[in-house]
Write a protein that binds this ligand. Structure first.
Ligand code: FES
Ligand SMILES: [Fe+2]
Length: 352
C-alpha cells in the first residue's frame, strides 16, 4: 500500500489535482449580473448569482429534482429558480418552494452544496475546500481600486493542465515567443526562493517601456516609442496564483482557476503604474478616478496578443503529452523545478 503522499510523489505532474483549501477567482464581478452564471472549478460545476441586495452566492450547479443545471434558471427575489419545473432554492442551498406542491406533500428536504464566496478587488472569490479551513485570505489585488494604477484584464481559456500555464508564467526565457509584442527582453535568472506556499524567481531583464512622461502610456500602443533599458523582473507563484513586477511601472497578476486535468481558465490583470507622476496625487480624486476609468483596458491589444501566443504553445505541450506521456522534457530553468515541487506538495495537502 502507498500512502497518499507517496502516490502524489509518483504521479505525473500533468495529472495532479489542486489544493482545494485556497480561494480561487471564479469570475469577474462584472460577469455576474442579474442572470445566474455557471462556472467550473476542478470538475465541480458551480452556479453564481446575486440576491436582491447584490450579494453574490455560489451553489452547486445541479437541481436536485432532475439533476439539470441551475445556471439555466433565473433569480427571483433572493432565490434561484430552476428553469425546468420552477423549483426555488435559497442562497443556503435549501429547497424553498415547489410551485405544484400538493397540500398533503412536504417540501423535499434536499439541500445542495453552498460554497463560501467573497467579492473583492473586482473578482468573485470562491473557497472549494473543507468547511472551517477558509481562514487563509484570498490573494489581494490592491491595485484594482488604487487610483494610481490602470488595469487591463484578459481571460485565458486553454485546453491544458494548469501546471503548463504556471510554468509558462514562471519561465521568463519564453519572452522569445513574444518578440513582436515586445514585452521584455534578455532575462537572466538570478535568484530563486521557495517555501511550502510560494516560489519567487528574480530575473534581471530589459524592459521596453518606461512610464515617466504623461504620454508614456502611448508606448503600450506604439512600438516605435519603446526603448530598451534594464529593469528587475520578479515573478512569484503564490499558490495557486501568480504575480509579477517589471521595474516600478508594471505589475501583472494571473488568477488561476483550474477547470479540470485538461482545461484551465485564468484572469491576467495588467497594471500600468502612474506613481511616477507625483503631481497627479495633488489633483482631485474625481479627476484621478476619471483618468483611471478612461484608461481601463489601454494594454488590451498587448495583453490579448501575449495570451494568444502563450495559449498556442501551452495547448501544444498538453497535446504532445497526451500523445506521448512517457517523453521527458529537457528543462534548464531551475525555477521550474521549484514550481513543480510546490505543485506536488500543495496537491498532496488537499486534493480530490
Ligand atoms: S429539474 Fe429543476 S425543478 Fe425540475
Ligand atoms: Fe507569455
Amino acid at each position: 500500500m502507498f500512502s497518499s503522499d507517496a502516490l502524489t510523489q509518483q504521479r505525473d505532474i500533468r495529472q495532479l489535482g489542486i489544493n482545494l483549501n485556497h480561494w480561487y477567482a471564479v469570475a469577474r464581478s462584472a460577469e455576474v449580473k442579474a442572470q445566474p452564471v455557471g462556472v467550473v472549478l476542478w470538475n465541480q460545476p458551480i452556479v453564481l448569482f446575486r440576491d436582491s441586495t447584490g450579494t453574490p452566492y455560489a451553489l452547486e450547479d445541479r437541481c436536485p429534482h432532475r439533476q439539470v443545471k441551475l445556471s439555466h434558471g433565473c433569480v427571483k427575489g433572493d432565490e434561484l429558480e430552476c428553469a425546468y419545473h420552477g423549483w426555488k432554492f435559497k442562497s443556503s442551498g435549501e429547497c424553498a418552494e415547489v410551485p405544484y406542491l400538493e397540500e398533503n406533500q412536504k417540501l423535499p428536504s434536499c439541500k445542495i452544496r453552498r460554497y463560501p464566496v467573497r467579492e473583492r478587488d473586482g473578482f468573485i472569490w470562491l473557497f472549494p475546500g473543507d468547511a472551517g479551513a477558509d481562514l487563509v485570505a484570498p490573494l489581494g489585488v490592491p491595485e484594482w481600486d488604487h487610483l494610481n494604477y490602470i488595469a487591463t484584464v484578459s481571460t485565458i481559456n486553454c485546453k491544458a493542465h494548469y501546471s503548463y500555464l504556471v510554468e509558462n508564467l514562471m519561465d521568463m526565457y519564453h519572452g522569445h515567443l513574444h518578440q513582436d509584442w515586445q514585452a521584455w527582453a534578455e532575462p537572466v535568472l538570478q535568484d530563486i526562493r521557495e517555501d511550502d506556499s510560494r516560489v519567487d524567481a528574480h530575473y534581471q531583464a530589459q524592459s521596453y517601456y518606461r512610464i515617466d512622461k504623461i504620454w508614456s502610456v502611448t508606448q503600450l500602443l506604439l512600438p516605435a516609442l519603446r526603448r530598451l533599458h534594464p529593469e528587475p523582473l520578479d515573478v512569484s507563484y503564490i499558490y495557486p496564483h501568480w504575480m509579477s513586477t517589471l521595474g516600478k511601472d508594471f505589475k501583472i497578476y494571473c488568477l488561476i482557476c483550474p477547470v479540470s486535468e485538461r482545461e484551465t481558465r485564468a484572469y491576467l490583470i495588467h497594471f500600468t503604474s502612474l506613481n511616477a507622476f507625483w503631481r497627479l496625487h495633488k489633483l482631485p480624486v474625481v479627476f484621478r478616478r476619471f483618468v483611471k476609468d478612461s484608461l481601463f483596458g489601454s494594454a488590451q491589444k498587448l495583453l490579448d496578443g501575449l495570451v494568444r501566443q502563450d495559449v498556442v504553445m501551452i495547448e501544444e505541450e498538453q497535446q504532445a503529452y497526451l500523445e506521448n506521456p512517457e517523453r521527458r522534457n529537457y528543462e534548464l530553468n531551475r525555477a521550474l523545478v521549484s514550481v513543480q515541487r510546490l505543485i506536488r506538495s500543495q496537491a498532496n495537502m488537499h486534493s480530490n
